[in-house]
Design a protein around this ligand. Structure first.
Ligand SMILES: [Zn+2]
Length: 91
């Protein structure tokens, strides 16, 4: 995962998740780091693609609870993966 070029502080999974959760809030360790535009696109793609595939190509199960469960699993998957696909740059 990425580190700060100034103070070598690693951008931990938690810090990045929090940053994304607060609508791409910059990560600040003394130096402000902003998420890159490409990274935002990746997060959006990561979030949209599985839902799209699930809804349109895999016939959703008839049980409402199962659908919610799968949607939740996808959401958890996105949250787990997102910090690994984003990049930050110094402001
Ligand atoms: Zn730093």
């Amino acid at each position: 995962m990425q580190k700060c070029e100034n103070c070598n502080m690693p951008f931990s999974w938690g810090k990045i998740t929090k940053s994304i959760g607060w609508l791409y809030k910059p990560i600040n360790c003394g130096t402000k780091h902003k998420i890159t535009f490409l990274s935002r696109c990746r997060v959006v793609a990561l979030g949209t693609l599985p839902f799209f595939v699930f809804t349109y190509f895999l016939t959703p199960f008839n049980t409402y609870n199962v659908n919610i469960g799968i949607a939740l699993l996808i959401a958890i998957f996105i949250i787990l993966i997102a910090p690994y696909v984003v990049k930050y740059r110094r402001e």
